[in-house]
Design a binder for this molecule. Structure first.
Ligand SMILES: *[C@@H]1O[C@H](CO)[C@@H](O)[C@H](O)[C@H]1NC(C)=O
Ligand SMILES: *[C@@H]1O[C@H](CO)[C@@H](O)[C@H](O)[C@H]1NC(C)=O
Length: 364
């Protein structure tokens, strides 16, 4: 009698301690995708797709370039801030070891797409299948550190962000001179093909343990300064690329719904970044921007031609520009996008926003 109640007390104590440990463990964060979310992996690679020289990083806390394609913080940094954790390190960073490994990792690499043949001109970048291999390698390293069970809990409890697809258009199908893909597929068939390949990537991510995955669509690709400079005749967005985005994004949402249904759980959450972005493109002043057409850093029409370098035009106040360079939002725009991800309505987040996700226990 006495001994069984002691066992009972010890048992509840162990449960209580486990609960406390779980509460104390911050949620890990894993990031996959392209330059919109790369936090510096490409700095470790022999590639031309990099943001490692000034004025990139001019508004970052260190005021130095870090490999982020932003004047300051990028979307993953701002998500980390919003959920009260530190920014996650690029997977290739030598500092990603020991306890820091348990915060998660960023596997994203500028220039990549859903397809292996996207961004071939950038040579040595971490394509999607390779990012997933690195995720497996990460889990082996975490197991060596904290064991099998805690690693599984960490991965299943983690928040995951994936941002990919834009380059499959701008750095593949619509690459001038015309790519092999544009001879192989009509735009609607290319979109179908991309969605089916993306689905395989997401299922792989699920099989590797991801349980809460924010999936962003492409932005309004036809409205970025680079496209305005190259394709626009009257200052309007490129109709071709806008058409591609308007085919891709809704099919992505449908595909995610289908996956959740198949799995029987809300694993994949669609972030309608096209909508958030369109909001400030259609009414920049309402969001405190003086322009959503001209990039802060660049040259040529809309500062949309070539790269942002130390020799480019540079605006004095980055917060007044929706676009930092020819393709990437400013930190200020990233903040607005992350606010929608965190607390937006179902118009922006389908079926729930990040603040709701954070109240759920994904470890179940
Ligand atoms: C991409 O390349 C990798 C490595 O060569 C290969 O395993 C994978 O199947 C390829 N993916 C597609 C969609 O072709
Ligand atoms: C999103 O977030 C806000 C604030 O955190 C919350 O009140 C709202 O109910 C959430 N969901 C939707 C669908 O708007």
């Amino acid at each position: 009698m006495a001994s069984s109640s002691i066992v009972g007390v010890i048992f509840s104590l162990v449960l209580a301690l486990k609960y406390v440990a779980l509460q104390a463990e911050a949620r890990a964060f894993f990031v996959f995708g392209d330059s919109l979310v790369d936090s510096g992996n490409n700095n470790y690679l022999a590639t031309t797709a990099r943001a490692d020289s000034p004025p990139y990083g001019i508004d970052y806390p260190s005021h130095r370039p870090t490999g982020r394609f932003s004047n300051g913080l990028n979307i993953p940094d701002l998500i980390s801030k919003r959920i009260g954790s530190e920014s996650v390190l690029p997977y290739l960073s030598p500092e990603l070891r020991g306890q820091r490994l348990l915060n998660g990792a960023n596997f994203a690499s500028a220039g990549i797409g859903i397809l292996n043949d996207t961004g071939v001109q950038f040579i040595n970048i971490i394509r999607m299948y390779r990012q997933l291999e690195y995720f497996q390698e990460y889990q082996r390293r975490a197991r060596a550190l904290v064991g099998v069970d805690q690693t599984e809990r960490l991965v299943k409890g983690a928040l995951v962000l994936i941002t990919v697809g834009g380059n499959d258009f701008v750095n593949n199908y619509y690459l001038i001179p015309y790519s092999a893909r544009s001879r192989q597929f009509s735009v609607p068939n290319y979109v179908k093909y991309l969605i089916s390949e993306y689905e395989k990537i997401l299922m792989k991510l699920y099989k590797l343990g991801a349980r809460r995955v924010l999936v962003t669509g492409t932005g309004p690709m036809g409205c970025v300064p680079a496209e305005l400079a190259m394709r626009s005749t009257n200052g309007g967005c490129s109709a071709e690329l806008q058409r591609a985005a308007s085919l891709f994004n809704p099919q992505l949402v449908q595909m995610l719904k289908g996956l959740n249904k198949k799995i029987g759980n809300t694993v994949f959450i669609a972030a309608n970044t096209q909508q958030s972005h369109l909001d400030f493109i259609s009414n920049p002043q309402a969001y405190g921007f003086t322009t959503a057409k001209t990039a802060c850093c660049g040259q040529g029409p809309y500062n949309g031609l070539g790269l942002c370098t130390a020799a480019s035009n540079l605006c004095p106040n980055r917060d007044l520009y929706a676009f930092w360079d020819a393709f990437h939002p400013s930190e200020k725009a990233n903040r607005l996008i992350v606010e929608q991800i965190y607390s937006g309505t179902t118009k922006y987040m389908d079926p729930m926003n990040l603040s709701t996700i954070m109240t759920l226990d994904a470890r179940a």
